[in-house]
Write a protein that binds this ligand. Structure first.
Ligand SMILES: Cc1cc2nc3c(=O)[nH]c(=O)nc-3n(C[C@H](O)[C@H](O)[C@H](O)COP(=O)(O)OP(=O)(O)OC[C@H]3O[C@@H](n4cnc5c(N)ncnc54)[C@H](O)[C@@H]3O)c2cc1C
Ligand SMILES: *[C@@H]1O[C@H](CO)[C@@H](O)[C@H](O)[C@H]1NC(C)=O
Ligand SMILES: *[C@@H]1O[C@H](CO)[C@@H](O)[C@H](O)[C@H]1NC(C)=O
Ligand SMILES: *[C@@H]1O[C@H](CO)[C@@H](O)[C@H](O)[C@H]1NC(C)=O
Ligand SMILES: *[C@@H]1O[C@H](CO)[C@@H](O)[C@H](O)[C@H]1NC(C)=O
Length: 523
């Protein structure tokens, strides 16, 4: 008893499943229900390659390969996903689901708990169809598609239509939609999740829920921003496509500190959130320089005119602008001038990627403008200049016109902008530890100036430093989970998510270090 308590307090164990797991029986069960070439175990020759295929953060390659999952299932049909969940339930083996593998803490393919049980990965990469209905301005997109694939298929099948999601084309639809989905069209059209009309999913019993009617209002609310890995495995999403003009404009204005970067960002804080919805101007701070980067849904003369009247200090001219189609823009923002040398399909449909450095991301929401003095300290943060960046993404526009409880994503009218802090480092030999961790000290410094009670964070920039699940007497503690859960979703939305979890997955089968726990029965 004493031993059990000690271990539980350390929080290393996951909640107990009904019976002890039997890994071999589980693999046997999979092999009778799923074609063998779709299930790989660590002894399969291509297992390691498959495991690392979509890992984006080099920091998690070694931990994932050192303690690999029991197997990776790569379903080509919903029935395979159902079979994996049913086998897992019956034989007490958990599954983690992976779409694009970009989880900031790697929770879709690795366990963050040192002593935890084995688990299987259901990797949805092979389910990546995009079916566009131009007449209806809708599309069904499977979770395993990357957002670049979505953009490409939408724009080629339905010129004049687009979709609001993120910047990096290899980010998976399954994860980004589950957590909201922010990007340069959110001021005009909201989050990706705000444009989800329907979905199909496999629930914690292995049932296929074919549409939102089968899910019920609560569950359909929860999957549109309540975070991945919590309520079931979403296979496909029906989305509302949005109109995009034939020409959009990119512009970029770099400013060094000597050229008044700090003053410009000080002003940007109150200007960017109230610009016309067609114009999004974000700021990337790196090497003590601010880079203002924009998307304007229109031509460059209109972009220059709008900036000239709203933000003349930035001095935007035609020379800062590039006009292109919306589809070109989705590639340009990531690949830059490569778009003039390579066909767009080669860029946007390519799911493999070069593994970059180790990185750690954290996020904040800003509700009151930061002082010039605070911004200057951020620009000059020791060691931050060379090995990281800050990304400031303006809210306002449609983001501010959607109620905070309309979806689980609560950062709506109260927010001016989001800050993403990114630290890169060469992690060889450091075992995944964040070094030197200037991002942690900057985050501490920022506490008084950003949203608080609770301090906000974006679930898709998952950060285990905020808190991880604790398991007490075999049950995931709701009280402990509030620390990170209220930070991502706000107190009301988090409680509603936990209540929905209790309804749809009372046994807490879909579990991770930051999964929503079932609300205790007395609450
Ligand atoms: C390079 C890069 C760029 C990014 N840019 C942006 C951006 O511009 N805008 C933005 O909003 N975010 C951005 N993000 C964050 C990104 O949205 C999240 O990391 C997102 O969770 C990734 O989705 P995924 O499918 O690739 O990840 P995965 O690692 O596959 O999954 C992430 C989480 O969702 C769960 N999950 C995966 N598939 C499903 C499913 N089908 N059903 C239910 N749960 C599922 C996983 O178990 C895990 O908990 C970026 C991340 C990276 C690494
Ligand atoms: C899965 O298999 C069923 C039955 O064979 C079939 O009707 C369905 O179209 C398949 N789904 C996919 C996504 O291939
Ligand atoms: C961290 O931030 C950088 C810069 O925005 C981005 O390229 C990277 O994708 C982010 N990583 C995650 C996991 O969000
Ligand atoms: C640019 O857009 C504006 C406003 O939409 C329009 O009035 C103008 O004619 C356009 N200019 C060109 C050169 O297309
Ligand atoms: C896909 O991207 C990878 C990584 O950037 C690159 O090495 C590869 O050549 C690309 N493939 C194609 C077909 O362009």
């Amino acid at each position: 008893m004493a031993l059990v308590l000690t271990v539980c307090f350390l929080g290393f164990f996951v909640p107990a499943l009904a019976s002890p797991s039997n890994d071999n029986d589980f693999l046997q069960c999979l092999s009778t229900n799923i074609p063998s070439q779709l299930v790989q175990t660590p002894s399969s020759p291509s297992f390691k390659q498959l495991l690392v295929s979509s890992i984006r953060n080099a920091r998690f390659v070694a931990p994932a390969t050192a303690r690999p999952p029991l197997c990776i299932v790569t379903p080509t049909n919903a029935s395979h996903v159902q079979a994996a969940v049913r086998c897992g339930r019956r034989l007490s083996v958990r599954v983690r689901m992976r779409s694009g593998g970009h989880d900031c803490e790697g929770l879709s393919y690795r366990s963050g708990s040192p002593n935890s049980e084995g688990f299987a990965v259901i990797d949805l990469a092979k389910l990546h169809a995009v079916r566009v209905n131009p007449q209806e301005a809708t599309a069904w997109v499977d979770s395993g598609a990357g957002i670049g694939e979505l953009y490409y298929h939408v724009a080629t099948a339905a010129p004049g239509l687009g979709f609001p999601a993120g910047v990096c084309p290899t980010v998976g639809v399954g994860g980004i939609f589950s957590g909201g989905g922010i990007g340069l069209m959110m001021r005009k059209h909201g989050l990706s999740a705000d444009n989800v009309l329907d979905a199909t999913m496999v629930d914690a019993e292995g049932n296929l829920l074919a549409d939102k009617k089968a899910m019920g209002d609560d569950l359909f609310w929860a999957i549109r921003g309540g975070g991945g890995g919590n309520f079931g495995i979403v296979l496909s999403w029906k989305v509302r496509l949005v109109p995009v003009p034939p020409t959009v404009t990119f512009f970029r204005v770099p400013k060094t500190m000597d050229q008044g970067a700090v003053d410009a960002v000080t002003k940007w804080q109150t200007v960017a959130p109230v610009l016309p919805d067609d114009l999004s101007v974000r700021v990337v701070v790196q090497n003590r320089q601010a880079n203002f980067q924009a998307l304007y849904l229109g031509n460059s003369s209109a972009a220059v005119a709008t900036m000239g009247s709203r933000f003349p200090e930035l001095g935007v001219t035609r020379a800062n602008c590039k006009e292109m189609s919306w589809l070109q823009y989705t590639a340009y923002i990531y690949f830059r001038d490569d778009i003039y040398n390579k066909p767009l399909d080669e860029l946007l449909l390519n799911r493999s990627m070069t593994l970059g450095p180790f990185f750690k991301n954290k996020s904040d929401y800003v509700k009151k403008p930061l002082s010039k003095d605070t911004l200057e300290k951020m620009f000059l943060w020791p060691e931050g200049a060379a090995t990281g960046q800050l990304v400031l993404e303006p809210h306002g526009g449609r983001m501010g016109r959607i109620a905070a409880d309309n979806t689980p994503f609560p950062y709506r009218s109260s927010v001016l902008y989001n800050i993403q802090y990114v630290e890169f480092w060469n992690g060889e030999g450091t075992g995944g530890k964040v070094t030197p961790d200037w991002v942690g000290s900057l985050y501490d410094f920022m506490a008084p100036f950003v949203s608080k009670d609770p301090r906000g964070a974006y679930v898709n920039y998952r950060d285990l430093d905020i808190g991880a699940n604790k398991v007490v007497d075999g049950v995931t503690s709701y009280e402990s989970a509030k620390v990170w859960g209220e930070s991502y979703f706000g107190p009301e939305n988090f409680k509603r998510l936990a209540k929905i979890k209790r309804k749809v997955d009372a046994g807490d089968y879909f579990w991770s270090e930051q999964s929503v726990p079932p609300l205790p029965l007395n609450q």
